[in-house]
Design a protein around this ligand. Structure first.
Ligand SMILES: Nc1ncnc2c1ncn2[C@@H]1O[C@H](COP(=O)(O)OP(=O)(O)OP(=O)(O)O)[C@@H](O)[C@H]1O
Length: 341
Protein backbone atom coordinates (compact mmCIF):
# COMPACT_ATOMS: atom_id res chain seq x y z
CA UNK A 1 0.00 0.00 0.00
CA UNK A 2 1.40 3.35 -0.90
CA UNK A 3 0.04 6.64 0.25
CA UNK A 4 0.01 9.79 -1.79
CA UNK A 5 2.10 7.82 -4.28
CA UNK A 6 0.97 7.94 -7.86
CA UNK A 7 0.06 4.73 -9.59
CA UNK A 8 2.48 4.78 -12.46
CA UNK A 9 2.54 2.79 -15.66
CA UNK A 10 4.89 0.40 -13.90
CA UNK A 11 2.14 -0.48 -11.41
CA UNK A 12 1.33 -4.18 -11.63
CA UNK A 13 -1.76 -5.08 -13.62
CA UNK A 14 -4.94 -5.80 -11.69
CA UNK A 15 -4.55 -9.26 -10.25
CA UNK A 16 -7.96 -10.74 -10.99
CA UNK A 17 -8.48 -9.28 -14.45
CA UNK A 18 -9.39 -12.10 -16.78
CA UNK A 19 -9.78 -11.27 -20.43
CA UNK A 20 -13.14 -12.25 -21.82
CA UNK A 21 -13.76 -14.12 -25.06
CA UNK A 22 -12.11 -12.56 -28.11
CA UNK A 23 -14.05 -9.53 -29.24
CA UNK A 24 -15.99 -9.33 -25.97
CA UNK A 25 -14.38 -6.06 -25.04
CA UNK A 26 -12.42 -3.81 -27.43
CA UNK A 27 -8.77 -4.86 -27.52
CA UNK A 28 -6.48 -2.76 -25.34
CA UNK A 29 -2.72 -2.68 -25.65
CA UNK A 30 -1.19 -0.71 -22.82
CA UNK A 31 -3.02 1.32 -20.22
CA UNK A 32 -6.64 2.19 -20.89
CA UNK A 33 -6.44 5.57 -19.19
CA UNK A 34 -3.49 7.59 -17.95
CA UNK A 35 -3.56 10.82 -16.01
CA UNK A 36 -0.34 12.76 -15.49
CA UNK A 37 -0.23 15.61 -12.96
CA UNK A 38 -3.90 16.38 -13.54
CA UNK A 39 -5.61 19.23 -11.68
CA UNK A 40 -9.00 20.77 -12.23
CA UNK A 41 -10.21 23.90 -10.55
CA UNK A 42 -13.40 25.91 -10.73
CA UNK A 43 -12.65 29.50 -9.82
CA UNK A 44 -11.00 29.21 -6.43
CA UNK A 45 -12.26 25.67 -5.78
CA UNK A 46 -9.65 23.00 -6.50
CA UNK A 47 -11.76 19.92 -7.26
CA UNK A 48 -8.85 17.68 -8.31
CA UNK A 49 -5.23 18.35 -7.43
CA UNK A 50 -2.16 16.89 -9.13
CA UNK A 51 -3.42 13.35 -9.75
CA UNK A 52 -1.25 10.85 -11.61
CA UNK A 53 -2.66 7.39 -12.23
CA UNK A 54 -2.88 4.56 -14.70
CA UNK A 55 -5.93 2.35 -15.13
CA UNK A 56 -5.74 -1.21 -16.39
CA UNK A 57 -8.27 -4.03 -16.79
CA UNK A 58 -10.17 -5.09 -13.69
CA UNK A 59 -12.12 -3.10 -11.11
CA UNK A 60 -10.59 -0.01 -9.50
CA UNK A 61 -12.55 1.50 -6.64
CA UNK A 62 -12.43 5.26 -6.12
CA UNK A 63 -13.31 6.07 -2.51
CA UNK A 64 -13.71 9.41 -0.82
CA UNK A 65 -16.13 11.47 1.23
CA UNK A 66 -18.64 13.79 -0.41
CA UNK A 67 -16.90 16.67 -2.15
CA UNK A 68 -13.54 14.83 -2.34
CA UNK A 69 -13.43 15.30 -6.11
CA UNK A 70 -14.50 11.81 -7.24
CA UNK A 71 -17.06 12.86 -9.85
CA UNK A 72 -14.67 15.43 -11.28
CA UNK A 73 -11.91 12.82 -11.49
CA UNK A 74 -14.28 10.38 -13.20
CA UNK A 75 -15.23 13.02 -15.76
CA UNK A 76 -11.54 13.82 -16.32
CA UNK A 77 -10.80 10.11 -16.85
CA UNK A 78 -13.57 9.94 -19.46
CA UNK A 79 -12.27 13.06 -21.19
CA UNK A 80 -15.55 14.88 -20.49
CA UNK A 81 -13.93 17.54 -18.33
CA UNK A 82 -10.84 19.35 -19.55
CA UNK A 83 -7.95 19.41 -17.04
CA UNK A 84 -6.84 22.86 -15.88
CA UNK A 85 -3.33 21.40 -15.74
CA UNK A 86 -1.78 18.05 -16.70
CA UNK A 87 -2.59 15.50 -19.36
CA UNK A 88 -5.23 12.80 -19.84
CA UNK A 89 -4.73 9.93 -22.28
CA UNK A 90 -7.48 7.55 -23.20
CA UNK A 91 -6.34 4.41 -24.97
CA UNK A 92 -3.13 6.25 -25.71
CA UNK A 93 -4.85 9.29 -27.28
CA UNK A 94 -5.68 12.79 -26.14
CA UNK A 95 -9.51 12.65 -26.12
CA UNK A 96 -9.73 16.35 -26.97
CA UNK A 97 -7.83 15.75 -30.23
CA UNK A 98 -9.25 12.30 -30.96
CA UNK A 99 -12.92 12.42 -30.04
CA UNK A 100 -13.46 8.97 -31.56
CA UNK A 101 -12.00 7.47 -28.34
CA UNK A 102 -15.18 8.57 -26.55
CA UNK A 103 -16.89 5.66 -28.30
CA UNK A 104 -14.68 3.32 -26.31
CA UNK A 105 -15.76 4.71 -22.95
CA UNK A 106 -19.01 4.01 -21.09
CA UNK A 107 -20.13 6.32 -18.28
CA UNK A 108 -22.93 5.74 -15.79
CA UNK A 109 -23.18 9.19 -14.18
CA UNK A 110 -24.45 9.93 -10.71
CA UNK A 111 -27.13 12.35 -11.92
CA UNK A 112 -30.60 10.93 -12.32
CA UNK A 113 -33.81 12.11 -13.92
CA UNK A 114 -32.54 12.97 -17.40
CA UNK A 115 -34.44 10.14 -19.08
CA UNK A 116 -37.06 9.56 -16.43
CA UNK A 117 -39.93 9.50 -18.88
CA UNK A 118 -38.27 6.83 -21.07
CA UNK A 119 -38.30 3.07 -20.63
CA UNK A 120 -34.88 1.45 -20.05
CA UNK A 121 -35.13 0.06 -23.59
CA UNK A 122 -35.60 3.50 -25.17
CA UNK A 123 -32.91 4.97 -22.90
CA UNK A 124 -30.31 2.33 -23.83
CA UNK A 125 -31.29 2.34 -27.51
CA UNK A 126 -30.75 6.11 -27.67
CA UNK A 127 -27.22 5.61 -26.33
CA UNK A 128 -26.63 2.81 -28.87
CA UNK A 129 -27.72 5.09 -31.74
CA UNK A 130 -25.63 7.99 -30.44
CA UNK A 131 -22.44 5.94 -30.66
CA UNK A 132 -23.47 4.76 -34.14
CA UNK A 133 -23.91 1.03 -33.52
CA UNK A 134 -24.90 -0.96 -36.62
CA UNK A 135 -27.58 -2.91 -34.74
CA UNK A 136 -28.80 -0.68 -31.88
CA UNK A 137 -31.89 -2.82 -31.21
CA UNK A 138 -29.92 -6.05 -30.88
CA UNK A 139 -27.18 -4.38 -28.80
CA UNK A 140 -29.83 -2.89 -26.50
CA UNK A 141 -31.47 -6.27 -25.99
CA UNK A 142 -28.10 -7.81 -25.13
CA UNK A 143 -27.13 -5.01 -22.73
CA UNK A 144 -30.48 -5.14 -20.90
CA UNK A 145 -30.29 -8.89 -20.75
CA UNK A 146 -26.79 -8.56 -19.28
CA UNK A 147 -27.99 -6.37 -16.41
CA UNK A 148 -31.14 -8.42 -15.84
CA UNK A 149 -33.79 -6.02 -17.18
CA UNK A 150 -36.64 -7.16 -19.44
CA UNK A 151 -36.43 -5.30 -22.80
CA UNK A 152 -40.19 -5.81 -23.30
CA UNK A 153 -41.15 -4.04 -20.06
CA UNK A 154 -42.41 -0.60 -21.17
CA UNK A 155 -42.55 1.06 -17.71
CA UNK A 156 -40.56 4.32 -17.67
CA UNK A 157 -37.50 4.81 -15.47
CA UNK A 158 -39.39 7.06 -13.07
CA UNK A 159 -41.55 4.08 -12.09
CA UNK A 160 -38.56 1.80 -11.48
CA UNK A 161 -36.75 0.90 -8.28
CA UNK A 162 -33.33 2.39 -7.48
CA UNK A 163 -31.68 -0.91 -8.42
CA UNK A 164 -33.43 -1.05 -11.80
CA UNK A 165 -32.46 2.54 -12.55
CA UNK A 166 -28.83 1.83 -11.70
CA UNK A 167 -28.88 -1.26 -13.88
CA UNK A 168 -30.40 0.73 -16.76
CA UNK A 169 -27.59 3.28 -16.41
CA UNK A 170 -25.02 0.48 -16.51
CA UNK A 171 -26.74 -1.08 -19.57
CA UNK A 172 -26.53 2.30 -21.32
CA UNK A 173 -22.81 2.45 -20.45
CA UNK A 174 -21.98 -1.07 -21.73
CA UNK A 175 -24.21 -1.19 -24.80
CA UNK A 176 -21.24 -0.49 -27.12
CA UNK A 177 -18.92 -2.84 -25.16
CA UNK A 178 -16.37 -0.17 -24.27
CA UNK A 179 -13.01 -1.19 -22.81
CA UNK A 180 -13.32 1.58 -20.20
CA UNK A 181 -16.34 1.70 -17.94
CA UNK A 182 -16.81 4.50 -15.42
CA UNK A 183 -19.54 4.13 -12.79
CA UNK A 184 -20.28 7.02 -10.43
CA UNK A 185 -21.73 5.75 -7.13
CA UNK A 186 -23.69 2.89 -8.74
CA UNK A 187 -24.84 1.41 -5.42
CA UNK A 188 -25.81 4.61 -3.65
CA UNK A 189 -29.26 4.39 -2.10
CA UNK A 190 -29.79 0.72 -2.93
CA UNK A 191 -31.12 -1.83 -0.47
CA UNK A 192 -28.73 -4.68 0.45
CA UNK A 193 -30.18 -7.12 -2.08
CA UNK A 194 -30.01 -4.66 -4.97
CA UNK A 195 -26.54 -3.57 -3.88
CA UNK A 196 -25.33 -7.17 -4.04
CA UNK A 197 -26.78 -7.64 -7.53
CA UNK A 198 -25.15 -4.47 -8.87
CA UNK A 199 -21.80 -5.29 -7.20
CA UNK A 200 -21.84 -8.79 -8.70
CA UNK A 201 -22.51 -7.26 -12.10
CA UNK A 202 -19.62 -4.79 -11.74
CA UNK A 203 -17.29 -7.60 -10.62
CA UNK A 204 -18.31 -9.72 -13.62
CA UNK A 205 -17.66 -6.83 -16.03
CA UNK A 206 -14.18 -6.38 -14.53
CA UNK A 207 -13.48 -10.10 -14.78
CA UNK A 208 -14.45 -10.03 -18.47
CA UNK A 209 -11.66 -7.59 -19.26
CA UNK A 210 -13.38 -4.22 -18.93
CA UNK A 211 -11.37 -1.59 -17.13
CA UNK A 212 -13.90 -0.46 -14.55
CA UNK A 213 -13.50 2.63 -12.39
CA UNK A 214 -16.26 2.74 -9.80
CA UNK A 215 -16.77 5.32 -7.05
CA UNK A 216 -18.29 5.22 -3.59
CA UNK A 217 -18.31 7.46 -0.53
CA UNK A 218 -18.74 4.43 1.75
CA UNK A 219 -15.57 2.79 2.99
CA UNK A 220 -15.68 -0.99 2.62
CA UNK A 221 -18.59 -0.99 0.20
CA UNK A 222 -16.48 -1.99 -2.83
CA UNK A 223 -13.83 -4.09 -1.02
CA UNK A 224 -15.11 -7.43 -2.26
CA UNK A 225 -15.07 -6.55 -5.94
CA UNK A 226 -12.01 -4.29 -6.26
CA UNK A 227 -8.61 -5.24 -7.55
CA UNK A 228 -7.29 -1.80 -6.64
CA UNK A 229 -8.44 1.03 -4.43
CA UNK A 230 -7.78 4.76 -4.78
CA UNK A 231 -8.70 6.94 -1.83
CA UNK A 232 -9.43 10.60 -2.55
CA UNK A 233 -9.69 13.44 -0.09
CA UNK A 234 -9.68 17.15 -0.78
CA UNK A 235 -8.97 16.61 -4.47
CA UNK A 236 -5.92 14.40 -3.96
CA UNK A 237 -5.34 10.68 -4.20
CA UNK A 238 -4.18 10.09 -0.61
CA UNK A 239 -3.83 6.31 -0.75
CA UNK A 240 -3.58 3.74 -3.52
CA UNK A 241 -3.23 -0.01 -3.39
CA UNK A 242 -5.24 -3.14 -2.76
CA UNK A 243 -8.29 -3.38 -0.44
CA UNK A 244 -6.18 -5.57 1.83
CA UNK A 245 -3.40 -2.98 1.90
CA UNK A 246 -5.88 -0.24 2.75
CA UNK A 247 -7.25 -2.24 5.66
CA UNK A 248 -3.73 -2.81 6.99
CA UNK A 249 -2.95 0.88 6.67
CA UNK A 250 -6.11 1.76 8.57
CA UNK A 251 -5.30 -0.82 11.22
CA UNK A 252 -2.01 0.98 11.85
CA UNK A 253 -3.62 4.30 12.69
CA UNK A 254 -4.19 5.47 16.28
CA UNK A 255 -7.60 4.29 17.44
CA UNK A 256 -9.98 4.91 20.29
CA UNK A 257 -11.76 1.69 21.28
CA UNK A 258 -14.62 1.43 23.78
CA UNK A 259 -14.77 -1.86 25.65
CA UNK A 260 -17.97 -2.43 27.64
CA UNK A 261 -17.39 -4.60 30.73
CA UNK A 262 -18.72 -5.44 34.19
CA UNK A 263 -15.28 -4.77 35.77
CA UNK A 264 -13.91 -1.60 34.14
CA UNK A 265 -11.33 -0.92 36.85
CA UNK A 266 -9.80 -4.40 36.71
CA UNK A 267 -9.81 -4.46 32.92
CA UNK A 268 -8.24 -1.00 32.71
CA UNK A 269 -5.43 -2.14 35.01
CA UNK A 270 -4.89 -5.20 32.81
CA UNK A 271 -4.68 -3.10 29.64
CA UNK A 272 -2.49 -0.24 30.85
CA UNK A 273 0.84 -1.95 30.15
CA UNK A 274 -0.11 -3.38 26.74
CA UNK A 275 2.17 -2.29 23.85
CA UNK A 276 0.71 0.61 21.89
CA UNK A 277 -1.78 1.64 24.59
CA UNK A 278 -1.27 5.36 25.26
CA UNK A 279 -4.31 6.11 27.46
CA UNK A 280 -7.03 4.25 29.31
CA UNK A 281 -10.14 6.07 30.53
CA UNK A 282 -12.70 4.59 32.90
CA UNK A 283 -16.45 4.82 32.47
CA UNK A 284 -17.76 3.32 35.74
CA UNK A 285 -21.11 1.49 35.66
CA UNK A 286 -24.14 3.55 36.70
CA UNK A 287 -26.15 2.80 39.87
CA UNK A 288 -29.42 0.89 40.00
CA UNK A 289 -31.34 -1.26 37.53
CA UNK A 290 -31.17 -0.13 33.87
CA UNK A 291 -28.10 2.01 34.54
CA UNK A 292 -25.41 1.98 31.82
CA UNK A 293 -22.83 -0.78 32.24
CA UNK A 294 -19.22 0.20 32.76
CA UNK A 295 -16.64 0.60 30.04
CA UNK A 296 -13.00 1.29 29.35
CA UNK A 297 -12.00 3.62 26.55
CA UNK A 298 -8.56 2.66 25.22
CA UNK A 299 -6.39 4.89 23.03
CA UNK A 300 -4.04 2.65 21.14
CA UNK A 301 -1.42 2.95 18.43
CA UNK A 302 -1.63 -0.82 17.82
CA UNK A 303 -5.27 -1.78 17.27
CA UNK A 304 -4.48 -5.27 15.89
CA UNK A 305 -2.48 -6.12 19.03
CA UNK A 306 -5.30 -4.85 21.26
CA UNK A 307 -7.76 -7.03 19.33
CA UNK A 308 -5.52 -10.07 19.70
CA UNK A 309 -4.80 -9.56 23.41
CA UNK A 310 -8.14 -8.32 24.71
CA UNK A 311 -9.79 -11.67 25.47
CA UNK A 312 -6.78 -13.00 27.41
CA UNK A 313 -6.45 -9.76 29.43
CA UNK A 314 -10.17 -9.86 30.21
CA UNK A 315 -9.82 -13.43 31.49
CA UNK A 316 -6.88 -12.34 33.68
CA UNK A 317 -9.00 -9.50 35.06
CA UNK A 318 -12.05 -11.79 35.45
CA UNK A 319 -13.99 -9.22 33.43
CA UNK A 320 -16.94 -10.00 31.18
CA UNK A 321 -16.88 -8.09 27.86
CA UNK A 322 -20.20 -6.63 26.60
CA UNK A 323 -18.99 -4.77 23.53
CA UNK A 324 -15.85 -3.76 21.65
CA UNK A 325 -16.35 -0.75 19.39
CA UNK A 326 -13.98 1.60 17.58
CA UNK A 327 -15.17 5.12 18.40
CA UNK A 328 -13.46 6.82 15.48
CA UNK A 329 -14.12 4.33 12.73
CA UNK A 330 -16.53 6.58 10.86
CA UNK A 331 -15.67 7.61 7.34
CA UNK A 332 -14.73 11.16 8.16
CA UNK A 333 -12.19 10.07 10.81
CA UNK A 334 -10.65 7.56 8.44
CA UNK A 335 -10.32 10.05 5.61
CA UNK A 336 -9.06 12.75 8.00
CA UNK A 337 -6.38 10.34 9.15
CA UNK A 338 -5.36 9.53 5.58
CA UNK A 339 -5.19 13.21 4.66
CA UNK A 340 -3.20 14.40 7.67
CA UNK A 341 -0.67 11.60 8.11
N1 LIG B 1 -18.93 22.40 -12.33
C1 LIG B 1 -18.50 22.83 -11.14
N2 LIG B 1 -18.47 24.14 -10.81
C2 LIG B 1 -18.01 24.55 -9.61
N3 LIG B 1 -17.57 23.74 -8.64
C3 LIG B 1 -17.57 22.41 -8.89
C4 LIG B 1 -18.04 21.89 -10.15
N4 LIG B 1 -17.91 20.54 -10.10
C5 LIG B 1 -17.40 20.23 -8.89
N5 LIG B 1 -17.20 21.35 -8.17
C6 LIG B 1 -16.64 21.41 -6.79
O1 LIG B 1 -15.51 20.59 -6.75
C7 LIG B 1 -15.45 19.85 -5.53
C8 LIG B 1 -15.43 18.37 -5.81
O2 LIG B 1 -16.71 17.99 -6.32
P1 LIG B 1 -17.04 16.52 -6.86
O3 LIG B 1 -18.48 16.50 -7.28
O4 LIG B 1 -16.03 16.12 -7.86
O5 LIG B 1 -16.84 15.66 -5.54
P2 LIG B 1 -17.39 14.20 -5.19
O6 LIG B 1 -16.32 13.51 -4.43
O7 LIG B 1 -17.88 13.53 -6.42
O8 LIG B 1 -18.59 14.54 -4.21
P3 LIG B 1 -20.07 13.89 -4.19
O9 LIG B 1 -19.90 12.47 -3.78
O10 LIG B 1 -20.75 14.74 -3.14
O11 LIG B 1 -20.62 14.08 -5.57
C9 LIG B 1 -16.65 20.31 -4.73
O12 LIG B 1 -16.23 21.34 -3.86
C10 LIG B 1 -17.60 20.84 -5.76
O13 LIG B 1 -18.43 21.82 -5.22
Amino acid sequence: MSTSAPLTSSAPPATSARPGPAGDVGATDGPVAQLEGVSRWYGKVVAVSDVTLTLRPGVTALLGPNGAGKSTLLRLVCGLTRPSRGTVRLLGEDPRRHPEVYRRVGLAPQQEALFDHESPTRFVETAARLVGLADPVGATREALDRVGLDPADPRPLRQRSGGERQRAKIAQAIVHRPPLLVLDEPVEGLDPRQRLAVLDLVAALGAEGHTVLVSSHVLGELDRISDRVLVMAQGRVVAAGTSHGLRELLDDRPMKVRVGTDRPRALAAALVGLDGVVAVTLEPPGDGPGAPPGAVVVDTLAAPLLRRSLAARAVDARAVLHEVRALDDDLDSVFRYLVTR
